[in-house]
Design a protein around this ligand. Structure first.
Ligand code: HEC
Length: 125
């Protein structure tokens, strides 16, 4: 009888333990070393395409973050400040925890990508 309870206990622990890991982790872009050269096309644009372009597109909200127009739209003094990257609107307005943009926000890692890309000169690369 004691063994049965022990077995049942073990079963419960295993079952609950298995469930704990049964969720699909949200896809996170890993933190990146600042030395790495970032590319607009492969590091920045996919963030806009996945999280922003549904609202920010031609005919939608400014800035137009659709693949064809994103760089031209944000490569202005309003959105990118190369002298003070952290105050760039395309970063500061949308960064995690900002109270400005309630529709969507970058994850910490996404914000890091945007900021480092601006620090590296915000090139159309
Ligand atoms: C659900 C729709 C929606 C999504 C998704 C969205 N936005 Fe917005 N965004 C808006 C609206 C509406 C505004 C207008 C001002 C406001 O409410 O903040 C705006 C404003 C902005 C502004 C300020 C524009 C200006 O000229 O003052 C920026 C920058 C911006 N969004 C960037 C982004 C980025 C980057 C993403 C993706 C991470 C994103 N938005 C996702 C709806 C959206």
């Amino acid at each position: 009888m004691k063994n049965l309870k022990l077995l049942l206990g073990l079963f419960l622990v295993l079952a609950v333990g298995a469930c704990e890991y049964d969720f699909v982790a949200p896809e996170e872009i890993p933190d990146i070393p600042v030395e790495e050269d970032l590319s607009f096309a492969t590091d920045v644009l996919p963030i806009f395409t996945a999280n922003c372009a549904s609202c920010h597109n031609s005919g939608g909200r400014a800035p137009d973050l659709s693949a064809a127009n994103a760089y031209q739209s944000i490569n202005t003094a309003k959105y990118i400040n190369r002298d003070n990257p952290e105050s760039s609107l395309i970063y500061s307005y949308v960064k995690a925890g900002a109270s400005t943009h309630t529709h969507a926000q970058y994850t910490g890692a996404q914000g890091q990508y945007i900021l480092v890309w601006i620090q590296q000169g915000a090139q159309n690369n």
